[in-house]
Design a protein around this ligand. Structure first.
Ligand code: ADP
Length: 389
């Protein structure tokens, strides 16, 4: 099956063409600055189309060259918010598009942008089936005591205020790969997965299902991230509101000026690790705050899953920063976690164990691949929904 995977943002469109059976990537790219009217773009990136439909036109030739005369079987979309309805990837219909749009208030930046991508494809290739895969879906198995906030019930019943969780596609994919590497059936796999990219979240996996995760109503809750604060005392916002901060000021501060950036002046883990190594005290403290917060979550989730059979690191920082992994592992001594310094320091793109043989819990690095997960899910949904194809 040949699947086009689309990750559509408000001003960008990321695509990948995959041969699902061969497990290969035939083409990929990114169109940026959609709707910004810049035109041109000298560095190989394509910038400045009027809308998502025009962005698609610009990459059409590349997609078709990659297909080499073969026809596209399906298109799979990353959709950020699936609310309480979507626990699985689904075939896109007009009703599904409307359902995604009804969730716009919960993800005002992302869901409308995802729908722009879906509509642009429907207009260009009306006969190609489309599948939507939701970042929240894997976390639909959270028990109510894990997703409830302890606030008046009307906030949930009237406004949908509860914990949803994100990065679900990645957590699910990585959990499967990790279970396979350890030769444990997925449905018996209890683990803690740390997805550490610019956005970061931990998931508690029990019997292969998500039973808790650190992101909540939005991707802001939980860990210290590149530019997001993660957990804090909500009264801080009340305090700042009374001091005259607007909702927009608070949103910008929490989502774009906090995290590593707020603490160390830089949101890039590589730079923060380098600066700390060169004696920058703020950078060192940022690493301490971030690794301490993560270690507390891992300890809590180890209890939540009834004893994790694995601790798994993934995404940009989790896959690449042996320094940050070591800082986290140092704080997990009470769980008997022990890294093998040699294995932790190795550079590899393969899923692998990085703990010592005496570690009470194996520690793994498993590269995530959300596009592959979306392509495979898309192929599965399309095959099961249209046996004639
Ligand atoms: P996104 O959430 O945008 O997909 P990524 O998963 O690409 O983010 O992760 C980005 C983070 O990974 C950045 O903080 C970056 O510094 C970090 N990172 C990438 N490569 C390395 C590396 N070799 N060493 C340390 N950190 C790295």
């Amino acid at each position: 099956m040949l699947v086009l995977v689309i990750n559509s943002g408000s001003s960008s469109l990321k695509y990948q063409v995959r041969d699902v059976d061969a497990g290969s990537v035939l083409a990929e790219g990114l169109v940026e600055e959609i709707g910004m009217g810049n035109g041109g773009g000298g560095d190989g990136r394509i910038v400045g189309p009027r809308d998502h439909a025009e962005a698609l036109e610009r990459v059409d030739a590349k997609i078709h060259a990659a297909l080499g005369g073969r026809a596209l079987d399906a298109v799979g979309h990353r959709v950020v918010h699936g609310g309480e309805r979507f626990a699985e990837p689904v075939l896109v219909t007009n009703e599904i598009i409307r359902a995604i749009e009804r969730l716009n208030p919960l993800a005002p930046l992302h869901n409308p942008a995802n729908v722009l991508g879906i509509r642009a494809i429907a207009k260009k290739w009306p006969d190609i089936p489309q599948v939507a895969m939701f970042d929240t879906a894997f976390h639909r198995t959270l028990p109510e005591y894990a997703w409830r906030y302890a606030v008046p019930d009307e906030l949930y019943s009237n406004h949908g205020i509860r914990r949803y969780g994100f990065h679900g596609t990645s957590h699910e994919y990585v959990a499967h790969r990790a279970a396979a590497l350890l030769d444990i059936p997925s449905e018996e796999f209890d683990a803690v997965i740390a997805h550490l990219g610019n956005g970061a979240s931990v998931a508690a996996i029990r019997g292969g299902q998500s039973i808790d995760t650190s992101m909540g109503f939005t991707p802001l809750e939980g860990l210290v991230m590149g530019t997001r604060s993660g957990d804090l005392d909500p009264s801080i916002l009340v305090f700042l509101g009374r001091a005259g901060w607007s909702p927009e000021d608070l949103d910008a501060m929490l989502n774009r000026q906090s995290g590593l950036k707020g603490l160390a002046g830089n949101n890039d883990m590589r730079s923060v690790v380098e600066a700390a190594g060169a004696g920058d005290a703020k950078a060192a403290m940022a690493l301490a705050v971030a690794s301490y917060r993560l270690a507390k979550y891992i300890g809590g989730y180890h209890v939540a899953v009834g004893g994790a059979k694995a601790l798994v690191f993934t995404a940009g920082i989790g896959e690449n920063s042996h320094q940050f992994r070591a800082l986290v592992a140092e704080r997990l001594g009470a769980l008997g976690v022990q890294l093998d310094a040699g294995l932790n320091g190795e550079r590899s793109r393969e899923p692998r164990v990085i703990s010592s043989t005496s570690s009470a819990i194996p520690v793994l690095v498993v590269p995530t691949d959300e596009e592959r997960a979306i392509a495979e899910a898309t192929a599965a949904v399309v095959s099961s929904s249209s046996p004639a194809r």
